[in-house]
Design a protein around this ligand. Structure first.
Ligand SMILES: Cc1cc2nc3c(=O)[nH]c(=O)nc-3n(C[C@H](O)[C@H](O)[C@H](O)COP(=O)(O)O)c2cc1C
Length: 194
């Protein structure tokens, strides 16, 4: 069991049975097999946002003591990391952003990350496609994944969920490369960027 790859998924949505949860479940069915999957639902944690106290400038540790404290260890040990979030005002959900800001603890340091294999961002948005709909969510996640030692970033984007909710099983085939932005388009997945 110890040899299994550790996959950590951060839940940044609050709708049970919603679009993002369905997408995450499909993604885990596909890419979580034979891995040690740990799903951390940020809704269940009582934690503060970063207050820029600068304590982490000295060492890569956050001074705040709360429910997020034990999660740092999981983040450090994870070989795969997933962020699952709805798009809120073009960015990630406040819940995931609050988590991300706390990762500032690592930012000032040259971390010797080992075994970081794959990071994934799963996002759903309600409106039909419009320019730059996913830009902010992507940029926020990308810099965080880099800060946490990931070079390979796969992004899965679903929009128009107000009219066309995400349905289980839509993501059921391994057609995705480790790097790349994939977006639902009609009945298919489109590779937007490699
Ligand atoms: C506070 C808030 C802000 C939102 N902002 C956007 C937005 O900027 N663009 C968009 O396309 N959809 C936006 N939406 C719609 C959600 O992204 C969409 O309904 C999403 O699929 C919800 O995911 P869920 O079913 O997992 O909760 C917003 C929804 C909320 C509640």
């Amino acid at each position: 069991m110890e040899n299994k790859e550790k996959l950590l998924a951060l839940v940044g949505y609050s709708t049970k049975g919603g679009n993002t949860e369905k997408l995450l479940k499909d993604y885990l069915d596909l890419y979580g097999k034979d891995k040690l999957v740990d799903i951390v639902d940020l809704n269940t944690l009582d934690f503060k946002g970063c207050i820029h106290c600068k304590a982490c400038l000295k060492k890569p540790r956050c001074k705040l003591e709360d429910d997020l404290s034990p999660i740092y260890e999981k983040v450090e040990a994870a070989e795969e990391l997933i962020f699952a979030s709805p798009v809120y005002f073009n960015g990630l959900s406040w819940l995931l952003k609050k988590f991300i800001d706390r990762m500032q603890a690592y930012f000032p340091h040259e971390m010797n990350w080992q075994g970081k294999k794959q990071a994934s961002l799963l996002v759903t948005a309600g409106a039909p496609s419009y320019p730059r709909q996913f830009d902010a969510s992507y940029l926020e996640a990308e810099i965080t994944f880099k800060t946490l030692g990931y070079e390979k970033v796969r992004v899965v984007q679903v929009n128009n969920t107000d009219k066309e909710p995400y349905e289980r099983g839509f993501l059921s085939q391994d057609i995705m490369k480790e790097n790349g932005i994939y977006r639902r388009k009609g009945s298919q997945w489109e590779l937007i960027e490699e």
